[in-house]
Design a protein around this ligand. Structure first.
Ligand code: NAD
Length: 497
């Protein structure tokens, strides 16, 4: 590294993308940058590979996906070390991230046939002489564009769904974490050497744009809301469908009957794991008045024990340090009080844990994604006010509620795709639960049954099983038959419920 190179900032030299550690500047690896032709070629290869993969059938794909899962389990230390090497995240966080990825891969592999496979559907009156058949067929080639903050889990979620559904995948990992993306493609090729069913193309944002236009049949994007809009615009050119997993500003509600110590513990973890660089990280807390003081005290006590460089890793993307600093300064300028950390918290490449109270609702720290180990705590009169305030956000990704009697009712009222009750981020750990946002957090779902269907098209087939007694769909029907059909309709559907 020379003095002009900012640690962690990806750079391109001689057609190579060079990935470095944000804390040390040490090189984590280098990979060739794909030009437009290389991206198109990858998609062309993927089309052929996808047909082969589809031809393996449910069991053939399941066996291979489970072999890949086992390989990842056996080499989990290597993967976590690689993640640490280029994103800076603590190795233990990398291990847990890989564990969640393994869970989703396992679930998708085991459940694809049940969720997507052919089934008969019940016959209906109008065409009673036909049977109905439904199945979900793969799109062909799915392009996956990933972020850097969870470089294992965020691509493996959609990759698992897409592959299990029978698609080939071309992955464009974040330029901040290309080596993890390369590792995923390389290890997959170890267990599926026959065809390039999972490929990787590297580069900056323009390579992601090229992938959207390279003839893929669907794009699964995870990243910021601003980029999600660009991706959707690029995909609109060819009517390529998209699933968009974008940013968030998740809230935690602490109700009057909450276990305050547990809530504080979970709030600190939800806000500060991965140095706060989590799409479903807790950035805002609304605590009801009776528990507010105790909660603030417990959060501060807990967060104060976290050490930068240990539990709190570096900020992976150097320019994010400026955004975190702006949010801290804005919160203070608008009358917020830092009860931990604050003005001096940003010491590149680290940000020390920062907890704010009394931050007005219009401050950036309450409205925009901060993506650092910071948390605002706001006192509210009751759970109703907490819900109103939590929902007053253009984002709606995850969220959390601590409480007993009303906790699930409160969770239902949060405008978001997922909510953890008496925990934070826990929905990420269940392969059978869908994941995705509303509003500016995106749309569509990865993980779970919905996450499998996201990567397949419903295919409906009707099959005649006998002659038509009351033919509805032919010019051969007589006026008397039409009257009989209407009579049957009256009989069956005419009654007022
Ligand atoms: P980003 O939007 O900057 O980049 C994401 C990916 O998009 C990268 O691979 C990038 O190269 C690519 N890209 C950039 N410009 C592009 C373009 N014009 N066309 C196509 N691709 C392009 O996001 P990031 O900084 O890598 O990730 C952080 C963001 O991701 C945060 O906002 C976070 O909340 C969000 N995120 C969301 C989820 C989720 O599941 N909802 C998960 C993790 C992260």
């Amino acid at each position: 590294m020379t003095a002009t190179h900012v640690p962690g900032l990806p750079r391109v030299e001689d057609g190579q993308l060079i990935s470095t550690n944000p804390a040390t500047g040490e090189e984590a690896g280098r990979v060739p940058v794909a030009d437009e032709t290389a991206v198109t070629d990858a998609v062309t290869r993927a089309r052929a590979a996808g047909l082969w993969w589809q031809g393996l059938g449910w069991e053939g794909r399941k066996t291979r996906l489970l072999r890949w899962r086992s390989l990842i389990v056996h080499r989990i230390d290597e993967l976590a070390a690689l993640t640490h090497g280029e994103s800076g995240k603590p190795v233990t966080d990398g291990l847990m991230e890989a564990a969640a990825a393994i869970e989703h891969l396992d679930w998708a592999a085991r459940n694809a046939k049940r969720v997507l496979g052919p089934r008969r559907v019940r016959t209906r009156l109008l065409v009673a002489e036909h049977t109905g058949h439904l199945e979900y067929q793969p799109y062909g080639v799915v392009g996956v564009i990933g972020p850097w903050n969870y470089p294992i889990l965020t691509p493996v979620g959609p990759i698992s769904g897409a592959l299990a559904a029978g698609n080939a995948v071309v992955l464009k990992p974040s330029e901040y974490t290309p080596m993890v993306g390369q590792w995923l493609a390389d290890t997959f090729a170890e267990v599926v050497p026959e065809h390039p069913v999972l490929q990787v193309v590297h580069g900056l944002g323009d390579v992601g744009g090229a992938l959207c236009r390279a003839g893929v049949h669907k794009i699964a994007f995870t990243g910021s809301t601003a980029t999600a809009k660009r991706v959707m615009a690029a995909c609109a050119e060819n009517l390529v469908p998209v699933v968009l997993e974008a940013g968030g500003k998740d809230a935690l509600i602490v109700d009057a009957d909450a276990d305050v110590a547990a809530a504080a513990d979970a709030a600190v973890w939800g806000a500060m794991t991965n140095a706060g660089q989590t799409c479903v990280g807790i950035e805002r807390v609304y605590a009801v008045a009776p528990v507010y003081d105790r909660f603030v005290e417990a959060v501060v006590a807990k967060a104060a024990t976290l050490r930068t460089g240990e539990e709190i890793g570096p900020i992976t993307m150097p320019k994010q340090l400026g955004i975190i600093r702006e949010h801290i300064e804005d919160a203070l300028a608008k009358g917020g009080r830092a009860v931990l950390g604050g003005a001096d918290a940003v010491q590149a490449p680290y940000v020390s844990p920062t907890v704010f109270v009394d931050v007005p609702a219009d401050a950036a720290a309450q409205r925009e994604e901060t993506f650092g180990p910071t948390l605002t705590i706001t006192k509210v009169a009751d759970a109703d006010e907490a819900v109103t305030r939590a929902n007053d956000s253009p984002y709606g990704l995850g969220g959390a509620v601590f409480g007993k009697r009303d906790a699930i009712r409160i969770a239902r009222r949060l405008r978001s795709g997922m909510v953890a009750v008496n925990g934070t981020l826990t929905f990420v750990g269940m392969g059978n639960l869908p994941f995705g946002g509303v509003g500016e957090s995106g749309f569509g779902r990865i993980h779970g049954e919905d996450g499998l269907r996201e990567f397949a098209r419903a295919k409906s087939i009707t099959v005649r099983r006998g002659p038509s007694l009351l033919p509805a769909m032919t010019f051969e029907r007589t006026p008397a038959q039409v009257r009989q059909i209407v009579k049957a309709l009256r009989l069956l559907y005419g009654r007022k419920p």
